[in-house]
Design a protein around this ligand. Structure first.
Ligand code: GRG
Length: 309
């Protein structure tokens, strides 16, 4: 990920080189993801899975998972299998989201969408393959210095974040809301707490659980991640209006076209930015008790609202 030059626009701690940190972590995740799917027979499905997984996203989710594990006292090695899994899960949700039956998009991460290259049948299966692989990966590749009970908790949390109580439920309400100009703020919050924030929360909380976070730590991590999750979506809505297709790597202006109610359509762009900043400030405050160790997660929170893609 190339962190934006303007990431210092808000007041994240000085002396922490976020751009270098993100760059190094992104490379680490990319290497592990590349190794996670060898191409064997039937080659087509492995190629389709690799096509979207290695298409170059920002890797915010695995980076959050690793950073939280380290903040709580664990290591990158302990959390890498889960970090790869969350990126596989995120990628599968993007592949399915882009299908003609859902958002019907031709571009993602600056490339043609999976179904445009491999066809709808293989794209559905590539998503399914990534979904299954993610859980296999956590179960079989988490190192033995992570107690098995923690790994089980991670599997349960990830499944919960993805299913009807998470991404799937959020997507259903999102689909139902298309073209409805009277969608309430409550419904909008439901959609994004489930579609976007639930997986971000799982990334952070699972990173913490792997490192042995206490119940109190998990509560702080939950509040941190729920706040950044909503801020992430507010910025996503703003970028859909203000950024170009080139910057986004996907079709811009889709929300307006689909007549979707969004945060900027309810509050306006400036008010939406202010709310996102307030959420990030609240998120950072949740981690104050971790002192210096919280600096990466606090800086990532600021990156989320200052990004341009
Ligand atoms: C989860 C079983 C299962 C099915 C999928 C389609 C679907 C159900 C859910 C939709 C989830 C979705 C696409 C949410 C949007 C999340 C979001 C804000 C994506 C953009 O994330 P970035 O900006 O993208 O991190 P990159 O490409 O950088 O990773």
């Amino acid at each position: 990920m190339v962190a934006t030059d303007n990431f210092q626009k808000t007041s994240e701690p000085a002396q922490f080189n976020l751009a270098a940190y993100l760059n190094e972590r992104q490379k680490l995740c990319d290497t592990s993801l590349d190794q996670s799917i060898p191409i064997i027979y039937p080659e087509k499905i492995y190629e389709a899975m690799r096509y979207s997984l290695l298409a170059g996203g920002k890797r915010v989710r695995p980076i959050l998972c690793l950073a939280t594990c380290e903040m709580i006292g664990g290591t990158v090695d302990m959390a890498m299998a889960t970090a790869c899994a969350v990126e596989m899960l995120h990628t599968m949700s993007l592949i399915h989201d882009d299908l003609p039956a859902m958002d019907n998009d031709d571009y993602r991460r600056g490339k043609l969408t999976n179904h445009k290259v491999y066809g709808e049948d293989i794209a559905i299966l590539a998503g399914d393959g990534l979904l299954a692989l993610a859980f296999e990966f956590v179960a079989t590749k988490t190192p033995q210095n992570v107690p098995i009970e923690r790994t089980l908790q991670v599997i349960a949390r990830l499944a919960q974040a993805l299913g009807a109580a998470g991404l799937v439920g959020g997507q259903v309400v999102d689909l139902e809301s298309e073209g409805k100009s009277d969608t309430s703020l409550e419904t909008l919050n439901f959609i994004h707490n489930h579609k976007t924030a639930a997986l971000l929360e799982a990334c952070v909380v699972c990173g913490g659980i792997i490192a042995g976070a206490s119940l109190e730590d998990v509560q702080k991590l939950t509040r941190y991640s729920q706040n950044i999750g909503l801020a992430f979506q507010i910025i996503d809505d703003i970028l859909d209006i203000t950024a170009t297709q080139e910057q986004l790597g996907k079709t811009a202006g889709k929300d307006l076209k689909a007549e979707k109610v969004t945060y900027p359509s309810l509050w306006g762009i400036e008010e939406s930015r202010t709310k996102a900043k307030e959420l990030v400030d609240q998120a950072c405050a949740e981690l104050e008790s971790f002192g210096e160790k919280a600096v990466p997660l606090q800086a990532i929170a600021h990156f989320i609202i200052n990004r341009n893609h």
